[in-house]
Design a protein around this ligand. Sequence first.
Ligand SMILES: *Cc1c(COP(=O)(O)O)cnc(C)c1O
Length: 350
Amino acid sequence: MTFIDLRSDTVTQPSPEMREVIASAPVGDDVYGDDPTVNSLEERVAAMFGMEAGLFTPTGSLANQLAIRMLVKPGEELLTETNSHIVRAELGAAAVFSGITTRTWLAPLGELKASDVLAIAKPDSGPYLVSTTAIAVENTHNFGGGTVQSIDEIAALRRESKKLGIAMHLDGARIWNAHVASGVSFSEYGKHFDTISVCLSKGLGAPVGSVMLSTKDRVASARQWRKRYGGGMRQIGILAAAGHFALDHNIAKLADDHRRARVLADACHAVAPLTIDPRTVMTNIVALDLASLNVTAADINAQLKEAGILASALGPKFLRLVTHLDFTDAHLDKVLEILPGLLKSALVAK
Ligand SMILES: *Cc1c(COP(=O)(O)O)cnc(C)c1O
């Protein structure tokens, strides 16, 4: 059985056209800086965000970790949202590799409010308390349900944190989705951050790859750390070529993912109103709260699977569906035939 896979936007298959570009990419040894396709991708993404330089990494986690390592010294503190990827889904890497401690603020839907962050920011804390040296912002916010962060809140946080001497990192794994949903340019986002990580392997559909962005100096240092971690790669122009292809062709297509996610959310809301507020579905993530139903996320997940649909049970009552490049309108119709019915029976059964 071929499944309709809504577990994540990482499940996409490289298209035949992307594979052609991969096959014909000029390559060289990237540890020597000799891979022209990698070099041009790093320069291209840096320029898009108005940053000086970029570093290709195999994963978004590595791009995040290299970036925050450049901003926060061992024993210093990074502030991040309670359900952010950096603190929830990178297996403690900031502590393990960089001796970074984290403190978190909790935001409904992961939505950034500058005042929440500033309330716990404590720079220059002296010999007794941990000093805050950086803040991480996730845009869009994954576990928050694909939430697009307000550019005004980002700008306010930048203005105030700068006065405190605190740096800012953007976990922009899905910044492409934020841009398409908000119309805010990449360079406008870039203005407010010291370091940025972006993923080519999520909604953009490349098989591998992220880019860490910052100043020339920080990127040069991150390049050494990437090698130290075992992430120095050789003829990876074949991967960077997929990244170029993704940037050329797949940013505009995210609007379709967003539309399909909203249709799904509307259909769920229509039968079980408390599972989701469709107005919160700004991008490609449909986060269903099953608290009002007589089933667990695992139950619905199993029933969906039986019908040929895969989703993610991320908590006892938290079911996540993520739309992506390989999820078509025909797939959407099929999911609409199944999912609302399952929610409806769970509602009636209570
Ligand atoms: C996917 C993701 C990452 C990076 O994940 P990798 O699997 O390491 O590439 C980082 N941040 C967010 C918000 C993500 O969703």
